[in-house]
Design a protein around this ligand. Structure first.
Ligand SMILES: Nc1nc2c(ncn2[C@@H]2O[C@H](COP(=O)(O)OP(=O)(O)OP(=O)(O)O)[C@@H](O)[C@H]2O)c(=O)[nH]1
Ligand SMILES: [Mg+2]
Length: 278
């Protein structure tokens, strides 16, 4: 990647997670279901060792359900579980049901060591904007955590009892994606994990259009009713014309049409789309 998206942050990820990881029995990793691999940090698997680990494919309402099932199968192994979730709509019981066997196993282990009423301790980790705060609010039934659609909203630290027998480290651990290719950067930008200020809107919107042409051309057509071809720049122009993104002197308002495409993608208004497959 030509741009250094997250200067110094990879080191911070390692330190923060290592320190907090010692305190917990269970790692709850929130990823974006549309880009499960790109929205993980590969460091976590090596640091987390044999800790119980659940990968939540959040925003699954926005992802292609067929592809999502493949990701679940792909990530489920050993002490790692994987589930689909929609933190804005699904019930907290769905999550508790999924981890009940892990919780029981951990409790039994403590009992054998003579700790009869030890609380199970969990922590949430994830890259910016994947829904960590929304998820905490949901499973703790608390509305206090600040949520927002801009990355990097959460700061601070404390434990909260989310359920009898289970405590959650209030502050989610912020992971930083490890961006190895331009494509991965575009995927993260398209889903909103990278601050808009450092994006190149032109590249992101062309990436989205190109991906849709290749993988979901029917959804692109249904949304904007433009002719689908390999000429992505032409498609961009057609979308602008059809949507009144025109400046004085009949010039195309690229800024506006690019913003519209990115927002439409983020809102899920093309339909359910996955940007990567296992
Ligand atoms: N469609 C959909 N939107 C979601 C889901 N979960 C969270 N969101 C939205 O995604 C945006 C980001 O959610 P947050 O909970 O603030 O994400 P976060 O990971 O805490 O973000 P930072 O604190 O900035 O790192 C908000 O607008 C949420 O409403 C989901 O499952 N589906
Ligand atoms: Mg947050």
């Amino acid at each position: 990647m030509s741009i250094n998206w997250f200067p110094g942050h990879m080191k911070k990820t390692g330190e923060l997670i290592k320190d907090n990881l010692k305190l917990v029995d269970l790692i709850i990793e929130i990823v974006d279901a549309r880009i499960p691999k790109s929205s993980r940090n590969p460091m976590l698997d090596s640091i987390s060792n044999h800790k119980h680990h659940i990968i939540i494919l959040n925003k699954s309402d926005l992802a292609d359900p067929i592809v999502s099932e493949k990701w679940v199968a792909n990530y489920t192994r050993g002490s790692t579980k994987c589930m689909l979730y929609n933190a804005t709509k699904d019930s907290e019981l769905k999550f508790y049901k999924e981890i009940s066997d892990i919780a029981e196993e951990i409790k039994q282990k403590y009992k054998l060591k003579g700790f009869h009423d030890r609380q199970l301790r969990a922590m949430i980790v994830g890259i910016p904007n994947v829904g960590k705060s929304t998820f905490i609010n949901k499973i703790s039934k608390r509305k206090g955590t600040v949520t927002g659609d801009k990355p990097g909203v959460t700061k601070g630290k404390q434990w909260i009892r989310i359920k009898s027998g289970m405590d959650l480290l209030d502050t989610p651990g912020i992971l930083w994606p490890k961006i190895e290719t331009d494509e991965q950067g575009y995927r993260l930008a398209a889903t909103g994990a990278i601050k808009d200020e450092i994006l190149n809107k032109t590249q992101i919107s062309l990436f989205i259009l190109d991906y849709l042409v290749k993988n979901y051309h029917h959804l692109l057509f249904e949304k904007y009713a433009v002719e689908i071809s390999d000429d992505i720049q032409q498609i961009l122009t057609d979308i602008a014309l059809k949507n009144g993104c025109i400046l004085k002197g009949n010039k195309i308002d690229y800024d506006r049409v690019e913003r519209m495409i990115i927002n439409d993608f983020r809102k899920g208004s093309f339909g359910r789309i996955s940007l990567e497959r296992p």
